[in-house]
Ligand binder design. Structure first.
Ligand code: 48H
Length: 261
């Protein structure tokens, strides 16, 4: 008696293709698109999906998690300042005290649990997908993003003449980290000013990033390190509480916008 059910190879291929194409068809329109699956994007996604919003995360890498897989340098421990350890408590990730109000946790454990929590909440993901541009209609608000298969950017032009496809949404969250690559599309067109992040100052930075997490252009919210890049705030180096709280704040802002539309 074989362990597995018999299967035709063609059935395996059809299952993948039809399931993926169904997802593309369904998510050609959504409530919120989050660009970037780092800590801020994942927290925002989880919150929004939990609130019942149709939420899509687009990530250019094959893997999700962004910079949350390591704390700093090559070391896979993340630090969080109180009360940010409560995020990890809720996800069931052990956190050890490491000084007054400072906690340390295993990055692979924290990152994998956060990814799972976003997926469990109902977030859908297009990975290996790069956001190349934005969609703007005559009302001057962002109405979607333009995506392509991410390896395309590494191919020579003569091989890579491949047009992207647009995806419509009510709100876009730029969670692309230091690059702030969605906001940059507005900067390139003279529609937004971006200062570039400041030098490292942990105490000042985390608070400021959470506070400035906001809608920077109609239909576009920035979260995480993208906030520091847009507003010229100091960076915080290897500590992550500001990213988690910023993701939560971005979700609150997005919910209000979606409700109004
Ligand atoms: C699709 C894209 C695109 C694109 C980028 O860098 P991240 O981890 O982002 P945050 O802001 O959630 O967290 C920042 C944190 O990791 C960090 O770097 C800190 C705290 N630094 C402090 C310091 O001082 O250095 O994740 C961003 C994600 C990545 O996975 C990118 O691959 C992805 O966005 N991404 N995905 N289309 N155009 N651009």
């Amino acid at each position: 008696m074989p362990l597995f059910q018999p299967v035709k190879e063609s059935e395996v291929t059809r299952a993948i293709v039809s399931s993926f194409l169904h997802q593309v068809e369904e998510y050609a329109e959504s409530d919120v698109i989050i660009v970037g699956a780092g800590p801020s994007g994942l927290v925002a996604g989880r919150e929004l999906a939990r609130a019942g919003l149709k939420t899509l995360i687009i990530e250019r890498n094959n893997y999700l998690g962004g910079g949350f897989w390591s704390g700093g340098y090559f070391m896979n421990k993340v630090t969080l300042r109180a009360p940010a350890q409560e995020f990890l408590d809720e996800l069931g990730v052990p956190c050890s005290p490491a000084g007054q109000g400072l906690y340390v946790a295993d990055a692979p454990h924290a990152c994998s649990r956060l990814i799972a929590a976003a997926c469990d909440a109902g977030v859908k993901v297009f990975n290996l997908t790069i956001v190349e541009d934005i969609v703007i209609h005559q009302d001057n608000r962002i109405a979607g993003v333009v995506v392509n298969w991410s390896p395309i950017i590494h191919l020579p032009k003569e091989v890579s003449a491949l047009d992207p496809i647009p995806l419509e949404t009510k709100v876009v969250i730029d969670a692309t980290g230091h690059d702030a690559s969605v906001a940059k599309k507005l900067v390139q067109r003279g529609m937004l000013q971006m200062t570039g992040e400041g030098a490292l100052w942990i105490d000042k930075s985390e608070e400021a990033v959470v506070e400035r997490t906001s809608e920077v252009y109609p239909g576009l919210i920035v979260t995480g390190m993208a906030v520091a890049s847009v507003f010229g705030l100091p960076r915080m180096g290897p500590t992550f509480g500001g990213m988690l709280f910023s993701g939560k704040r971005a979700a609150e802002v997005a919910r209000k916008i979606v409700t109004k539309r």
